[in-house]
Structures are given as C-alpha cells and as structure tokens.
Design a protein around this ligand. Structure first.
Ligand SMILES: [Zn+2]
Length: 663
C-alpha cells in the first residue's frame, strides 16, 4: 500500500479545487421555475437553492439578469457584489435554503447575426446554455435540478434532464425536467417546434423541429435510435432517459447532456444525420456521461472522433478507413512545426490547428492502441473506463489505467510518446540487398528513424513473384536492420502500406491540400486583380480561409517565391499569372468549365500555392461560406456557389516503397 501513496498524493494535487469541494459537500440542488416570452426575451426565474458544507454561497449571474429578492432560510437578505459575481454569507456550513427571484431580458437576436456563444431569444428560437449562468451558479461542483418552464402555447420548451411532465393550459405550455444525477446546470431551448417522439428500450427520443423540417423527423429518430443502440452495445447503457434533436435558428452544432442542438439549415444535409449525429450521440458517453478533467487535457473529442466519425468509415470498408487515416496524416503534415502541440495540451477546438491534434491525432492514437493491445482488450478497457467514471470526471490518466488493466500490461511508454511529445516519428529506408541463397532469397533492408525515442509496430508488405506476405516489425532505434528469407524472388517491399502509423509524411508523399497554405502563418496573400470590388471580396475570403491573420502583399510573381502563396484572381487574369509562376492549370481540372475554382500546387521552390479564381466579384462572393470547409482537399471546383467536384491529388508510392526489381 505504501508504494501507492506518492501517486495518490500527486493525483490529489492536480485535481481542480472545485472537485475537492464537490467531494466534501453534497451537490448544490436547484428547484427552478422559469417563465419565458420568446418574442421579447422577457424572463422570470424563481430558484430555490439548497446548499450544504460551506459558509458562503459565491455565484455568478448573466449580466442581463437582475436580482429582485433573496431570502436565506425564509429571511430576506442581500447578495453582495464581489469580483465578477455575488456572495450570500451563510451562518454556518449546515444545510441552507436560498430563494432567488430574478428578472431579466434575454438579448433578442437581430437579423443576420452570426453564431453567438451566448444565449439569445427570438420567436424562431430561444437558446439558454448552462454556461450563461442564467441561474445563480457557483461552478464549484456538480448540481442537481428540477426545472419547470412556461412558454406561450405556440412554443415548446426543452431542457437537459429527464422530461417528467408536460401540459398545455389555455395559452401556456408547461414542461418539467429533472436531473437527479449530479452534473452541469441546465441548458434550455425553446421554439415554435413540432415534436415527434419515439420510445426505444425505455428511452424517450424526440425531435423538436421547425415546421419545415418535420418531414425529416422519422429519419432522425431512426438514426438516433441506431447510434444509441450501437454505443450501448460497445460501451455500456446510455446514461440518460431521453435524447432530443433540436432545431436551432443559429448556425451551430452543439452537444449537451441528452440532446443536440443543430442549425436548421444543417438538419436536411446528409452528413448531419450521418457522421455528425453519431458524433453528438456518442458525446453522451464521452464528454457528458464521463466529463473531461481538463487539467489533464481533453481525451473526449479524439475518442468520439475515433468511435463515431472513423468507425462509420470503417463500416464502409478498410479502404475508406485508410483514406480517413491518410487525410489525418495529410492534415498533420500541413501543420507548421511551430503550431504543433502535444496531444495532452489540447483542451478545446479554437482553430483548425487544434483540431488536427485534438481530434485527428488523438483518434489516430486510439487506432494505434487498438493495434497495440488488440480489439478485445481495447473494447474491455473502454467498458471498464465507463463503469468506473460514469457520471464522474476523468482524464487521460484514468483512461490509461483502464487500458493497462484490460491489456494486462504497462502502457506508460505508449501514452507518453503519443500524448506528451509534440511531433511525430519520421521514417526513411537505408541500404537494401537481395541475395540469392541455395533454396531461396534473402532480402535485407535498413529502416532509419531520425527522431529518437519512439517505439512502434511497423507493418510491412513483401511482394514476391508468387504472392505477398505481411509482416510486422517493432522499430525503437534510430537504425533497424531487418531481413526476410523467401522461397520465391522478391519484387517489392512496402513499409506501412496501409498508413497505420502516425508519422510525419515526407514531401513527396504529400500532394498539397488547401490547409498547406491556410494553416501556415508564413503564407502571403496576393490579389491578382485591380478591380476594387473583386479586391474587397478577395480580402474577405482570404480572412475567412486563413487560420491565422492574412498577410496581403503585391508580389512580382516572376521572381521565384519561396513562401506559401495564396493567389486570388479573376479567371481572365489567371493564365498570365500562372505563366509567371511557371505553373499550369492541372490537367485534371482543365476539362471542367467552372465559374470558380480553388486548387493547390507546388512552386519551383517547393512552397505550396493555393490558386483561387472566379469569373467576377459576385462569383467569388459565393465561395465565402463553402470554401473554408474544404481545407483537406487538393482542389474544389464550384458551379453556382456549390462544390461540383473536389479531390486530393493522387499519392505517389513514396519513399517507404522499395522496388526490388524482381520480375
Ligand atoms: Zn465533438
């Protein structure tokens, strides 16, 4: 037992202070009654808060809410302003009841407002996320709540938590929600929704859709039921009583406990009820069912990407799964070294660079973990992690412990090298030799790993004149010599033929994609047209495309450019500018007569270039919204503002392929 003590002590030290308080005190409980007038944003809230185990209640409140009245155990008191919040002093650390009467006016959405992080109201929908602190919240630990909401009868309100009652009386719709399992405070949604419901295995599944979307309700309920069943089987029982898909008037796609809030424009799109819905459903296990201990990094996005987005590709076949892995490697290769970070440093997605690590690299690490310990141990580790930490908070360390237990061995080296280091292994092949023996052939080859300290399994495909053999070797040194004896003549050796290893691809393995230009802070943007309206739209487009601030310059294209280049120009100006860059429009694109195109190439210096051309300013304008979504592509062709064709330039066989000349 004494051996464990130093580790336990270290664990306690890194726990956020809130968790210690949460363990010491019972969860704060809220009994909330809320009346909302969506059109005006007017809101009235009564919240009966029960606290214990503390001698003051320190809380924050949204700036648009005013405190009308506070009572402490039945006696009127005042909440004192403190820092950015308030405090109510308590007589002792026993159990106390604080009643709040609050009033406010939720900001009403203006027309054309972009996705706000905060709550807003409007007759087409009200959004009140927990993070807004629309009830007095102290953030010191989990809460339990009961929430009764009143809205006009032509609206429906829905919140996180179990729907326990609902009724319509005269001109009012009333619904009550309960969260008995301590977790985050409630998030509330309302709108002129039509509700469709299905009961599956005791769960209540609902869509809250705007009228024009009701035709999609069955499709969504089917898909949600399937995904819930799927993750039930793999991980353990769905942790809530309800699951809802709610149509949002905002351009969002957000996951909350037992519901997802999705932009109404996005709901009809196939990717939403496919991969995106699976991803949001799975967040009920990873991120909500087990909350992330952010002090130890965020494992939940990568695990969700692996078990939702990636697993759906695996369903289509190994080729699709491999393509997704290659895309992740491709994105990683486009990330400039100074924007790289260790996977454990990822907390949340602020820009594309963090997605490349926190979603993609982490998902790739889970792929490698599956290969390292085998699928049965991987699945058992997940179930163990779920059983241990359901309704709790967990970090990478807890995940590692669960996999170590299921695999029956120590995996610290694995998690350290993939989570704590920035960068990735690189591989090269050194000398090779084929010798004829009396009864066969001996093939020997050197594998060079210039970056020290990585240990990994490396699959090898050995092709002979009679067929192929698959091998696997372990690489841990800077130089690894391997040899195989085969009875028939060897033809070729291909290391990592299916891209199972997270590594830094070499330049000749990486035909450029849009992100090679848009992620790089060194990129210069040149607008190749003198038309002022075109120039204005082009600047707007560059700002949206670039993951860092766009740098505009006027360059002499004939003078050899050695920085990544974003060139935005009119179709008429394109040909002479390409000639100056010594580039040709790729033959793959020549056949399609489109009004706008974006495509990548390499300049003579090796620097990537992204060329965007459009017939005129109005056509260019139609790219503003769609083009930023195609960062992983090598080219996108647009017709009337829609992507008519897109793709990645074909990958060459690359430096890990060795032609042994046997025929
Ligand atoms: Zn996610």
């Amino acid at each position: 037992m004494t051996k464990l003590l130093p580790k336990l002590f270290a664990l306690l030290l890194i726990l956020p202070s809130g968790m210690l308080a949460a363990q010491a005190a019972p969860p704060t409980s809220h009994d909330i009654e809320l009346t909302l007038s969506p059109a005006s944003g007017a809101i009235e809230i009564r919240d009966r808060v029960v606290v214990a185990g503390r001698d003051r209640f320190v809380f924050i409140l949204a700036p648009w809410i005013a405190i009308d009245r506070v009572t402490l155990d039945g006696t009127a008191v005042s909440a004192q302003r403190q820092d950015r919040g308030y405090v109510v002093e308590l007589p002792d650390s026993g159990r106390h009841e604080i009643r709040f009467e609050l009033k406010g006016r939720l900001p009403v959405r203006g027309t054309g407002q972009a996705a706000p992080a905060h709550g807003s109201s409007g007759s087409d929908g009200t959004y009140l996320p927990a993070g807004d602190a629309w009830i007095p919240h102290d953030w010191s630990g989990p809460v339990e709540y009961r929430l009764a909401v009143r809205v006009p009868a032509n609206q429906r309100a829905v919140a996180t938590g179990k729907l326990v009652t609902e009724s319509t009386e005269d001109d009012t719709y009333l619904a009550t929600f309960e969260a008995g399992q301590a977790g985050e405070p409630p998030s509330l949604f309302a709108g002129p929704y039509q509700v469709n419901e299905r009961r599956v295995n005791g769960l209540r599944l609902r869509t809250y859709f705007h009228a024009d979307l009701v035709g999609m309700a069955d499709t969504y309920l089917d898909a949600a039921a399937n995904y819930i069943q799927r993750y039930d089987n793999v991980i353990g029982a769905y942790p809530y009583d309800d699951f809802h898909v709610i149509s949002a008037p905002l351009p969002v796609g957000l996951g909350f406990p037992n519901l997802t809030y999705v932009g109404r424009q996005v709901i009809p799109l196939p990717f939403m009820r496919g991969r995106s819905l699976a991803h949001e459903v799975l967040h009920n296990w990873w991120g909500n069912g087990v909350a992330v201990d952010y002090a130890d990094g965020n494992w939940a996005e990568g695990l969700t990407t692996f078990m939702a987005d990636y697993a759906l590709e695996q369903d289509k076949g190994e080729a699709a799964a491999r393509s997704m892995r290659i895309r992740w490697l491709r994105d990683y290769a486009a990330l400039p070294a100074d924007r790289d970070q260790p996977a454990r440093a990822f907390k949340s997605k602020h820009h594309q660079a963090s997605q490349v690590i926190g979603y993609n690299k982490v998902a790739f690490v889970f792929h490698m973990l599956t290969l390292e310990i085998g699928q049965p141990a991987f699945d058992a580790g997940l179930r163990l992690f779920w059983e241990r930490h359901r309704y709790g908070v967990a970090g990478w360390s807890e995940l590692q412990a669960a996999f170590e237990q299921s695999a029956g061995r120590e995996l610290d080296w694995f998690f350290r090298q993939w989570l704590d280091r920035r960068g990735a292994p690189r591989l090269n092949l050194g000398a090779h030799r084929v010798e004829q023996l009396e009864d066969g052939f001996r093939t020997s080859v050197e594998i060079l790993q210039p970056v020290s300290g990585y240990r990994f399994r490396l699959p090898v495909l050995l092709q002979t004149v009679d067929g192929h053999e698959r091998h696997e070797i372990t690489v841990s040194e800077n130089l690894t010599r391997v040899e195989w004896v085969t009875s028939s003549k060897p033809r070729s050796l291909h290391f990592d033929p299916d891209s199972d290893l997270f590594r830094l691809l070499q330049r000749d393995e990486t035909p450029p994609i849009l992100r090679d230009v848009t992620l790089n802070p060194k990129t210069v943007t040149m607008i190749g047209s003198t038309d002022t309206e075109f120039d204005r739209v082009a600047r707007d487009l560059a700002a949206r495309l670039m993951d860092v601030e766009a740098r505009f310059e006027t360059l002499d294209l004939r003078r050899g450019i050695d920085l990544p280049l974003l060139l935005i120009t009119t179709s008429d100006d394109l040909a002479p500018q390409l000639a100056q860059l010594k580039l040709e429009r790729p033959t793959e694109l020549a056949a399609l007569g489109t009004s706008a195109a974006a495509w990548t190439a390499r300049l003579e210096s090796g620097a990537p270039v992204l060329v965007i051309s459009a017939d005129d300013a109005a056509t260019l304008q139609t790219l503003l919204r769609p083009l930023p979504h195609y960062g992983g592509q090598s080219y996108v062709l647009f017709e009337a503002g829609r992507a008519a064709s897109r793709g990645i330039w074909p990958v060459t066989r690359g430096p890990l392929y060795l032609d042994l000349g046997g025929s």
